[in-house]
Design a protein around this ligand. Structure first.
Ligand SMILES: [Zn+2]
Length: 105
């Protein structure tokens, strides 16, 4: 599958599980919710920014990158989240979430 280039997409926090998963017909591109886990780790659920409406979850650490892989370092912000390194969604969207904005690369 070819990678999709998109305009920057704002990451919108949707804390409610049902709302995140069932909003309207599908999901809001770039929306996310965080499910805390042990040891300051969490699952970072997000809807692909490209508009395909698929969702996925990343294992993140709050202000650190967990030792196992693949994992991401999350800045802990729900307002202006940043993830490192870049996010590759199922081989078709590749980009960065920085200060609350998804940007394809
Ligand atoms: Zn997509």
């Amino acid at each position: 599958m070819n990678e999709v280039k998109t305009q920057p997409v704002t990451a919108r926090h949707i804390p409610d599980k049902a709302e995140f998963h069932t909003h309207g017909e599908g999901h809001i591109p770039g929306s996310f919710r965080v499910v805390p886990d042990d040891d300051n780790e969490a699952l970072f659920w997000y809807c692909c920014p490209c508009g395909c409406k698929r969702i996925a979850a990343l294992r993140v650490g709050k202000n650190f990158k967990p030792a196992e892989s693949p994992t991401w370092k999350w800045n802990g912000s729900l307002e202006k989240p940043t993830l490192e390194p870049s996010v590759h969604h199922r081989g078709h969207w590749h980009g960065w979430l920085t200060d609350g904005v998804w940007k394809s690369c």
